[in-house]
Design a binder for this molecule. Structure first.
Ligand SMILES: [Zn+2]
Length: 449
């Protein structure tokens, strides 16, 4: 067999894997060999990449985001608000998004993610005002251009203020339009199998912006098309009150009534589930995207993720939208989740390795991609390489702990499916200055400045 396209990632400074002290061999998009201390690869004729200056991690996986929100970071009108009033301040501005602005927003968000060591991301795009019907098509094109692996969701909102929901009429669509377009984008873009680079899931936005009819119809459609489902749930106490008032039950009961409490579903947030609800999530194999920065910024609360893991719930990390973080840096999210959860559970329960596990293997399980998120034979060659030569690392001992404790924020190299997509801290072919200039101009226009 021709092994000439194999690369030996040789002698890393440290690597998040057992029995790979001398590195790994990647070939045809997969990890084909771990090289233990004192050994050479058995794979012959490999190219060599010297990694002695790099801490090597499985590529980080982002399980929740809204790329379009990069256009409204730190917006004065939305500062210092909790979720419901924050959304009401932002909806009218988001309604002005154009295809050109979305293209720039997606490019910015994906670039930020890649440069932070992310190799797979989801996006929850639920904003389809007139003129932006091809939002998912735009996102797929940017992902392919940048080489990032994606699980994009066809989001939706159809309960406006007129029907007792939170969003204005200008940002909702009708159920038939949503379902037809959901089927269109799954048919057009969804890839199956372990090597899939583009996948699609269906994602009604939240109990306060979507009708029960659409929730139920989406579950039926996702089952028929065999794709995953995603939504926000358990984010705030306001949401609990809304569900009790409108639906006569708590959010998780409502989810179950809609046919969503199953292994196809991953939920963003899950901050306010009680002990009995956490056990039900575990039994149903419904997973949770923990968005610690967002939960802190909007003062939503602290998701009890160790209790959830004890109950068998898969936990991943998500940066959430760039208007509630306000950045898309997944490595910084690892540090944030580590600090928040350690404050809740104590030093004996939460370590830096737990936080790294949530962002890799945990996130892979959360979004139903077990072939990702781990450095072992047969897994995808999705890897993040960090140097520890910045001022912030000077004097460090344990390099893996230093990544989290000293605040690593920028990958030096990133590999997705065996291809280099970040080299020397930059995305090949991307003019960042020009992107920032054009994205900032689009944001100012949208904000009416
Ligand atoms: Zn969100």
């Amino acid at each position: 067999m021709d092994q000439s396209n194999a690369i030996w990632i040789k002698d890393p400074l440290t690597i998040l894997a057992d029995g790979a002290e001398r590195g790994v061999v990647v070939q045809n998009g997969k990890i084909v060999e771990l090289v233990p201390a004192g050994h050479l690869p058995t794979t012959v004729n490999t190219k060599i990449y010297e990694a002695r200056d790099h801490a090597v991690l499985p590529g980080l996986i982002n399980t929740h985001h809204h790329f379009f929100q990069t256009l409204t970071r730190a917006l004065p009108a939305a500062l210092d608000r909790e979720l419901f009033s924050w959304l009401q301040a932002l909806y009218p501005i988001w309604a002005r998004v154009t295809p050109e602005a979305l293209n720039l927003a997606v490019t910015v968000a994906m670039s930020e993610l890649l440069l932070s060591g992310c190799t797979t991301t989801t996006d929850h795009h639920y904003l389809f005002p007139t003129g932006i019907e091809d939002a998912v098509d735009i996102e797929v094109a940017v992902a392919k251009r940048l080489g990032l692996r994606v699980l994009l969701t066809r989001g939706s909102m159809n309960r406006s203020q007129r029907d007792g929901g939170l969003p204005p009429d200008s940002v909702v669509q009708d159920e038939d339009t949503i379902l037809a377009d959901s089927e269109r984008v799954v048919t057009k873009f969804h890839e199956r199998g372990e090597d899939a680079m583009v996948q699609i899931a269906l994602a009604p936005c939240s109990p306060f912006s979507v009708t029960t009819s659409l929730m139920r119809a989406t579950a039926v459609l996702a089952d028929r098309l065999d794709v995953r489902m995603h939504t926000h749930l358990g984010e705030t106490e306001d949401e609990n009150r809304y569900c009790v008032q409108i639906y006569g039950c708590r959010p998780l009961d409502y989810l179950e009534q809609c046919g969503w409490l199953n292994a196809r579903t991953w939920l963003a947030h899950g901050v306010h589930f009680n002990a009995q609800e956490i056990r039900r999530l575990g039994r149903a194999k419904t997973s949770i995207s923990h968005c610690s920065c967002s939960n802190q910024l909007l003062a939503s609360g602290c998701c009890p993720i160790c209790d959830m893991e004890d109950a068998g719930v898969a936990i991943g990390l998500g940066v959430d939208g760039s208007a509630s973080n306000d950045c898309s840096n997944l490595m910084q999210e690892v540090r944030s989740a580590f600090l928040l959860q350690r404050a809740r559970y104590g030093v004996g329960r939460v370590s830096h390795k737990d936080a790294l596990r949530w962002a890799t293997k945990g996130s892979a399980a959360c979004v139903g991609r077990p072939e990702l998120g781990e450095i072992s034979v047969g897994k995808a060659a999705d890897l993040a390489f960090f140097k520890l030569d910045e001022l912030r690392f000077s004097g460090h001992g344990d390099p893996l702990a230093a990544l989290v404790l000293c605040g690593a924020h920028r990958a030096d190299r990133v590999m997705v499916g065996g291809n280099w997509v970040v080299i020397d801290g930059a995305i090949p072919g991307l003019d960042v200055s020009d992107l920032v200039r054009r994205h900032s101009a689009a944001a100012r226009t949208m904000q009416g400045q």
